[in-house]
Design a protein around this ligand. Structure first.
Ligand SMILES: Cc1ncc(COP(=O)(O)O)c(C=O)c1O
Length: 415
């Protein structure tokens, strides 16, 4: 079956998200998805059920508690299956920023003077600051700078800075500004020749398709569940061989209990359980489009990823083309999505008007978006863009429609 044979039933998809019928939100075109996505009804139901029937301390023998604990385990197992990890290789923490902060505190124990740590200037600060801080433990920080002409991180530049002293490489899977998808697979292959630990930030990637962490070859991978149709939580994957060796960041008695030993405070119970709703939603979308029910969770995710990518290409490419063709607007990153080379996260600025002004015009047209640096301030600085005014970012996901595309282009025409 080719991608084009089955098209995403956008009406079905949108019917799963109560926000599209909500009195406050229903008249708005939502294009700030890279900031945080809407949630399907299954997530809301799971959260509601947990709070109503099982909002007690989990893992005791009475039914409310037993079921709470079972559902927490179930949610973790489902999400591990969705990204092809083992259940004890993922943890659910408060956010990606917190998860990476704690991880860097754990990894710093392996850093000695003369070790090198590579960070990029394309990443969100969440995957830079925790690693730059390792300079206090004696590490030399090396910046993998992107090519200013096209916004891309070039593999040839990485080859020049990787060496036997490189202990850690922190790099985004997809930039939340440039939108390009970096080949983590290729990056990991290169880095592992030097036994470098690779930390991939998947926050801007995962909303467009849950990755296979084993196929990517990453040692750690993180994404924010509030951008993948869930509540405000962050998922961190870690390869078991490394996780086992990390020093405890939690209570003393949890010393050998990975991955909880790098998840101080543990997960938010009700929100963790509501993650089951994300999978239920994707199961529903799968069943609506495909016949073969016997596939594994991961196999279904792969089919859905293709379906979603094709739809995203369809709705984003006309906007990319329109902005790219305007003399007064400067598009950042590639001007076309082709073979999943880019996310529909579209950043641009104007040569004539401030990003704030453009954002105001879009908002007046009931298009929910904003101007900002989106915490990728090093990326904007390298592109000589004012970090206060920032860029305008139109970020779409699979529940956006071609109708949205036309509305966005019509609003841009008024600028
Ligand atoms: C690419 C990227 N990485 C990391 C983060 C930080 O995620 P969190 O808000 O879960 O800390 C964000 C948040 O916007 C992001 O866009």
């Amino acid at each position: 079956m080719t991608l084009e044979n089955i098209k995403l039933d956008i009406d079905y998809v949108r019917s799963q998200f109560p926000t599209f019928k909500d009195p406050l939100a229903k008249d708005w075109l939502f294009a700030e998805n890279a900031g945080g996505s809407y949630v399907p009804k299954n997530v809301i139901q799971k959260l509601n059920n947990f709070m109503t029937s099982t909002k007690v301390q989990p893992y005791a023998e009475y039914p409310m508690s037993k079921i709470a604990g079972e559902n927490m385990d179930k949610a973790t197992k489902i999400f591990a299956d969705m990204i092809n990890a083992k259940k004890n290789e993922i943890l659910i923490g408060g956010s990606t920023s917190i998860n990476l902060y704690v991880l860097s505190n754990a990894l710093k124990h392996f850093i000695k003077k003369g070790d090198e740590v590579i960070v990029t200037n394309q990443d969100h600060e969440a995957n830079i600051s925790p690693w730059r801080r390792l300079s206090k433990s004696g590490a030399k920080i090396i910046e993998w700078k992107f090519n200013k002409k096209n916004g891309e991180l070039e593999i040839d530049d990485l080859k020049k800075i990787l060496n036997k002293n490189t202990k850690i490489l922190a790099v985004t899977h997809c930039s939340n500004i440039v939108g390009s998808i970096n080949s983590l697979q290729q990056i990991c292959e290169l880095a592992h020749k030097f036994n470098t630990i690779v930390i991939g930030d998947g926050v801007s990637y995962a909303p467009h398709g849950f990755p296979d962490v084993k196929e990517l070859g990453v040692d750690f991978y993180t994404f924010s569940l509030y951008k993948t149709y869930g509540p405000h939580l962050g998922l961190l994957y870690g390869r078991e061989e490394i996780l086992k060796k990390l020093p405890n960041q939690n209570h003393e008695f949890l010393d050998k209990d990975y991955p909880y030993n790098i998840n101080p405070g543990g997960p938010n119970h009700e929100e963790l359980v509501s993650l089951i709703g994300i999978n239920e939603y994707f199961e529903n979308v799968y069943n609506h489009h495909f016949k073969n029910k016997k596939l594994s969770i991961r196999e279904k995710i792969m089919k859905l990823n293709n379906l979603i990518s094709y739809h995203e290409e369809l709705i984003a490419n006309p906007i990319l083309e329109y902005i790219d063709n305007r003399d007064d607007l400067v598009l950042i990153g590639k001007n076309k999505i082709q073979n999943k080379n880019r996310a529909p996260t579209i950043s641009f600025f104007s040569k004539k008007k401030s990003s704030k002004k453009i954002s105001e015009i879009l908002v007046k047209n009931k298009i929910a978006t904003r101007n900002d640096n989106f915490y990728a301030w090093r990326c904007l600085k390298a592109l000589d863009i004012d970090n206060e005014d920032g860029v305008v970012r139109i970020s779409l996901v699979h529940y956006n429609s071609l109708k949205d595309t036309n509305k966005i282009i019509n609003a841009l025409k008024k600028i």
